[in-house]
Design a binder for this molecule. Structure first.
Ligand SMILES: Cc1cc2nc3c(=O)[nH]c(=O)nc-3n(C[C@H](O)[C@H](O)[C@H](O)COP(=O)(O)OP(=O)(O)OC[C@H]3O[C@@H](n4cnc5c(N)ncnc54)[C@H](O)[C@@H]3O)c2cc1C
Length: 246
């Protein structure tokens, strides 16, 4: 795709695209209020969305950019922020090489710029915080899982929660400063045997362990690998939820 987006002042006025009264089918203005560097290739983008109806951890939205000539690009992005009443949401994006939307946000977008968002979308990967959660993510697949971790902390939820997060190196580990005892980071290019393996997950499946709802997020290959490990350890297939970014 060779089209480049013109400055945000040229973005079209967000319009309603479907049934009114249902926020999830309505495009809303989102104003960029902060950009936070997470790793050399990943940043978090904070948006003010005054009409945001709220979301559950794990849900995603559709983000739309419209160029001056009417050309439109839209992509799905998971919500990184937990549900709160701040009127803001946060998205964490990989800078994909040659990527149209991630490239725009990483290299052109400035504070005060506007995009459009539509959501929240998909209840399947949502975690309301009502059951033990076993979270397994790789790369930017940790984004919806971090919304769950933050929600768990904010509300001091009593249900158990464990997070396994895989990245190539410590430098590539998104949200590295936020992890506490609930998290096992796996750095695949540092040390040996750091690829997610049954040994890592096995302590979650000992006698008397919680009945987990498992949430797996990452590339197709990672999702296949992680869900196979879970099934081998006895996790019921119907309690494995998978979100694929690839
Ligand atoms: C439910 C869901 C949630 C997601 N959440 C996140 C998230 O939280 N964070 C995140 O970073 N991503 C997330 N994604 C991925 C995201 O939707 C985008 O796919 C990603 O940001 C890439 O979009 P882009 O516009 O930057 O790249 P694109 O323009 O779509 O390009 C992707 C790749 O294809 C190549 N390409 C594009 N056009 C061509 C062409 N004509 N010929 C050859 N190659 C081409 C590009 O060079 C690039 O390498 C999510 C996806 C889904 C489905």
């Amino acid at each position: 795709m060779t089209e480049t987006f013109t400055p945000p002042t040229a973005f079209a006025v967000p319009g309603r695209i479907a049934v009114s009264g249902q926020a999830a089918v309505t495009w809303q203005r989102a104003v960029l209020t902060d950009i936070r560097r997470e790793t050399p290739l990943v940043s978090t983008f904070r948006f003010a969305v005054p009409g945001w109806q709220g979301h559950l951890p794990g849900q995603h939205l559709m983000l739309r950019l419209t160029a001056q000539d009417g050309y439109v690009a839209q992509r799905h992005y998971s919500l990184a922020s937990p549900p709160d009443d701040s009127g803001h949401i946060e998205l964490t994006l990989d800078h994909v090489e040659g990527g149209e939307v991630s490239g725009y946000l990483h290299t052109i977008a400035r504070i005060g710029d506007e995009v459009e968002v539509r959501g929240p979308l998909s209840g399947f990967f949502a975690w309301p915080g009502d059951r033990p959660a076993l979270l397994i993510g790789a790369g930017s697949g940790v984004v919806p899982l971090m919304s769950m971790v933050r929600h768990h902390r904010l509300l001091r939820l009593p249900v158990p929660l464990r997070l396994f997060v895989s990245a190539r190196t410590r430098e590539d580990l998104i949200y590295a400063d936020e992890y506490r005892d609930e998290t096992t980071p796996l750095l695949t290019r540092e040390g040996e045997q750091r690829r997610l393996a049954a040994d890592h997950l096995a302590p979650c499946f000992t006698h008397g362990a919680p009945e987990w709802e498992a949430y797996v997020c990452g590339s197709n290959a990672f999702a296949e690998h992680a869900s196979r490990l879970l099934v081998d350890l006895g996790q019921p297939v119907d309690r494995i939820r998978i979100e694929r970014f690839g």
